[in-house]
Design a protein around this ligand. Structure first.
Ligand code: FE
Length: 427
């Protein structure tokens, strides 16, 4: 299949490709063969899907969010972290253990991620395994792709919930087995909440499980002063990252760590060496400030791979365009703290596509061998032809001022994805 339109994508944080009236050539395995301004002779018989004058960009990747929190986004941000956790987060997690409620939340979540153009997501559930399994099964039919985990937490150092250690491991194993019965669009993700809320034994068993089943891992790293101190007290000899590494939860398999705010240069080197991706979640960090800001530019200069996350319910929206915009705003304020260069809107776009996509393999770009994951955008109302904007300017306007209603078509691994649950509103 060949897709025709006004193409924009990133090769890396500084290399952006824009082709007016371009063609994306996709092979039978739904991988990109070439992007060009004229169809090469050998592909002349291939069918062309025409998106004349429409933008075609890589789909977004939302690599950190909590499914159980969809019901309380926007609530309680006037409280400090711990109070917010107990007043809002934990009750929502308990509610998610009611399977009928979880099913309704899961369907709405999938619809919203679809609406906002996030074709790949990394999702942490609650400690309840059946609600995570329910999400996996619905995701499997949606046409989109995700790493999904039940959260593991057997210590209530923060919040008021703790599960039985053995049960936590066995339920995760069960999810890994169940995921094998589904298509390869859904993976079980090992999901320790964070070090303070997991015993040594649980961390050890989860790492063993991740390696045994080759499961991706997601967790939180150095989110706030309190969890950093708790880890220091428990492991005076190790850095936060080294604790995860010790238990095989740090790059032994594809790994995403959210936040990583209180992270030294040595730790950043380890993150890079271990090929761990950091999920930067600027909206959540603004709603529930952690005591320090994220020096994102330093991470990038040190070569750490960064993706973006909505982090609902710390974040209040799944809209990745808002997350991209807030990444820029956050970095503009950060420059007054450490003198760092703010991110451009296109750099932030690169993090939301290429950066997050790396967690899934060849995802988030239109380079050869990448999977064709794309959004087709009708931006005529924002950037009418007569205005004379180039493609880069049109993308900028879409990211700042556009909305998901302008997304006409969504593709995941070469397949057009329609609204997963058409009967459910909103979105
Ligand atoms: Fe989180």
């Amino acid at each position: 299949m060949i897709y025709h339109g006004d193409i924009f994508y990133c090769k890396d944080l500084t290399d952006f490709i824009a082709i007016k009236d371009g063609y994306i050539i996709v092979d039978a395995e739904n991988r990109i063969v070439d992007v060009c301004s004229a169809i090469p002779e050998r592909y002349e018989r291939e069918p062309v899907r025409d998106h004349n004058n429409k933008l075609i960009i890589p789909a977004f990747c939302d690599i950190h969010l909590h499914s159980s929190q969809l019901v309380n986004t926007g609530l309680g941000y006037d409280f400090p972290f711990e109070e917010w956790l107990i007043k809002y987060t934990n009750p929502a997690e308990r509610q998610y253990a009611d399977l009928a409620k979880a099913e309704a939340i899961n369907k709405r979540l999938i619809n919203q991620l679809w609406y906002y153009g996030s074709m790949h997501s990394v999702i942490m559930g609650s400690t309840d395994a059946l609600s995570a399994l329910n999400l996996m099964k619905h995701y499997d039919k949606s046409g989109m792709r995700a790493y999904i985990g039940k959260m593991n937490a057997d210590v209530a150092a923060f919040g008021d919930q703790a599960e039985d250690s053995e049960r936590s491991v066995e339920e995760t194993r069960l999810l890994a087995e169940e995921a094998k019965k589904l298509s390869d669009s859904v993976f079980c993700c090992v999901s320790p909440e964070f070090v303070p809320n997991c015993s040594d034994r649980l961390l050890m068993r989860l790492g063993e499980l991740a390696v045994e089943y080759s499961l991706p891992v997601q967790s939180h790293l150095s989110e706030g002063e309190a969890d950093v101190q708790a880890v220091k007290d428990r492991y005076p000899e190790l850095s936060y990252s080294q604790v995860y590494l010790k238990y095989q939860l740090f790059g032994q398999t594809s790994t995403v760590m959210a936040h990583a705010i209180y992270t030294s240069k040595e730790e950043r080197t380890l993150i890079k060496e271990r090929n761990v991706t950091v999920a930067h979640c600027p909206i959540a960090l603004s709603n529930i400030p952690s005591g320090k800001t994220m020096p994102l530019r330093e991470f990038l200069e040190d070569g750490v791979n960064i993706g973006l996350g909505s982090d609902i319910g710390g974040g209040h929206t799944l809209n990745m365009m808002r997350v991209i915009e807030q990444t820029v705003h956050y970095s503009k304020f950060q420059q007054f703290i450490d003198g760092s260069k703010p991110l451009s809107i296109l750099e932030a776009f690169a993090l939301a596509t290429l950066g997050g996509g790396k967690v899934f393999g060849e995802v988030g770009s239109f380079q050869p061998r990448y999977h064709f994951d794309a959004l087709v955008i009708d931006d005529e109302e924002l950037s009418p032809e007569a205005a004379g904007y180039d493609i880069k300017e049109r993308v900028e306007r879409f990211l700042y001022e556009g909305n998901a209603g302008l997304i006409q078509e969504r593709y995941c691994h070469g397949k057009k994805v329609d609204k997963p649950f058409p009967d459910i509103i909103p979105k």
